[in-house]
Design a protein around this ligand. Sequence first.
Ligand code: HXC
Length: 259
Amino acid sequence: MTPPYETILIEDIGRVGLIRFNRPKAFNALNSTMIAEIMDALEAYDRHPDIGAIVLTGNERAFAAGADIKEMASESAVSILQRDHISTFDRIMHIRKPVIAAVSGWCLGGGNELAMSCDMIVASESALFGQPEINLGVIPGAGGTQRLTRAIGKALAMEMVLNDRRLTAEEALRFGLINHVVPVERYLEEALALAQSIAERAPLALRFGKEAVNHAFESFLSDGLADERRAFYFCFASEDQKEGMQAFMEKRNPAWKGR
Ligand code: HXC
């Protein structure tokens, strides 16, 4: 894969590599091309000798409104498991340089899972964080149940995963999900400044520091992720998943059957 990419834009700003999601009409819904391109750009920046930190961002209205429902709607449990596109998400776990998510607007489902896979999150005042998969008859599938629970605790994670509770940027800050909240006009600038400050620090210590913090955070995470992924794929064996995704596309309320 070589730039220019189809779904993202990249730009080198000093020692920071900036990756911008570029599917504005779909609120940056993450389709498989986009996930692969994001991971490819992250890996290219990770190898780049003049880049010290990476920023992932969307636009003011949306970081990303989740995985692309239109791409997933017709999957069966077997087809989605065989395609296993969520394993592409795991490539972010092997990026050695610090990655900062600059989030504004919708940060939902797979979008929130992607933001939580970054090392830090800088949000605009308009950011809204949520795991709305329950509305589609499925559960989070790329770390939502695991990373969210570790970050904000069981009580609130349950409410978000089971009842589509969304967090404003101020709440996300208070509950420990994110690092900073700044006015919309400045969120990207602040994220870039934070990334630039980090990028100027000792590269090896940065690498080991990131690894060590992640180690504390991730013990037993891989077991949790594997369980979560199997359960997510299993949702695609249900009528409710078909109904939930179809209803979304037809812009109507789903009629749940519980099977
Ligand atoms: C595909 C999406 C999308 C998505 C929005 N769009 N989110 N397309 N997948 N996740 C598209 C809409 O279909 C629509 O296209 C256009 O973007 C604008 O969206 P609207 O719904 O018309 O806008 P609005 O009424 O302002 O509502 C915004 C919204 C809503 C609240 C973000 O779109 C929404 O609820 N989106 C779905 C959020 C979600 O459920 N995310 C979780 C996905 S599952 P058209 O062509 O109709 O104009 C998931 C599982 C992850 O992430 C598993 C691991 C990868």
